[in-house]
Design a protein around this ligand. Structure first.
Ligand code: 2HA
Ligand code: ZN
Length: 265
């Protein structure tokens, strides 16, 4: 059941140390069968909120989403208080809370970036992408203090830090330089990049990852975080050699993937 998978991912991220306090958030664009599976839980709570931006692409879409100020650690203990199900209204400018987010809770403060990313990834994947995840992994965040905020710099360092990285994210990763979180503007900038890259790093903050399901999305962020950890360890020990571009080309041939040519050479 999608709700069990959603709840498990919240706690998995906490166990990885990616969700201090209320850090991080998760949203899932529900399938018709998911809506059907929980239809007995859904009801008009009379709680309608404006999004402060227009998302005609999402009219009538249902999302499961974590709550603002809620701790990922607490999601399994009381899902109905810490997460909720919303439906984007028919105008595409607001949403109704249909389940959960009890005691007056609202969806995550990062809802603009979540919804804008969903629109971008829906378009990029012909509707296959359903999960948007924001986390605060320590090594990815530490990495942002060591590199210029450029996709090429991040992608090369991450690809070079673990052989399978280039296979897991052959398109590379995007980077948004520091901006005020929770804003419409950071949503717009992130969504521009997530069209091209499934993961976008937020400088001095964390990362947004996307995917068709919870496993793929969690696995992507996990892979990037581990690569960042390896890079930082290698850098502190002293890097004397790394994976070459010829080796990347051999890897791409062997695994049948096309590496983003902007990041080779
Ligand atoms: O507190 O992670 O970016 C939730 C966040 C804001
Ligand atoms: Zn955050």
């Amino acid at each position: 059941m999608f709700l069990d998978d959603f709840i498990r991912m919240c706690f998995d991220g906490f166990e990885q140390g990616w969700h201090e306090r209320n850090g991080g958030n998760l949203s899932y664009r529900m399938k018709d069968e998911d809506v059907e599976a929980v239809k007995d839980k859904l009801h008009d709570t009379g709680r309608h909120y404006d999004m402060n931006f227009s998302a005609p692409e999402l009219k009538g879409a249902y999302f499961t989403i974590t709550g603002s100020g809620k701790y990922m650690r607490n999601v399994p203990l009381a899902p109905e208080k810490n997460i909720g199900i919303i439906r984007i209204d028919d105008a595409g400018t607001g949403y109704d809370i249909l389940w959960g987010l009890e005691d007056g809770a609202k969806p995550t403060s990062e809802i603009p970036t979540h919804l804008m990313n969903h629109i971008a990834r829906m378009k990029a994947t012909d509707g296959a992408c359903r999960v948007i995840y924001h986390a605060h992994p320590a090594n990815i965040t530490a990495l942002t203090y060591t590199l210029p905020p450029e996709a090429k710099a991040y992608t090369r360092v991450l690809w070079q830090s673990e052989t399978e990285c280039a296979v897991v994210f052959p398109e590379g990763v995007g980077v948004v330089d520091w901006m005020v979180p929770g804003s419409i503007d950071i949503g717009i900038e992130t969504a521009k990049l997530i069209t091209k890259y499934r993961a976008v790093v937020w400088t001095f903050h964390g990362i947004f990852g996307s995917g068709v399901d919870f496993d793929e999305t969690f696995g992507l962020v996990h892979t990037i975080e581990k690569a960042a950890e390896i890079y930082l360890k290698a850098k502190s020990a002293g890097i004397v050699r790394t994976i070459t571009d010829d080796e990347f080309k051999a890897l791409a041939d062997a695994f049948g993937v096309t590496l983003n040519p902007e990041f080779l050479g």
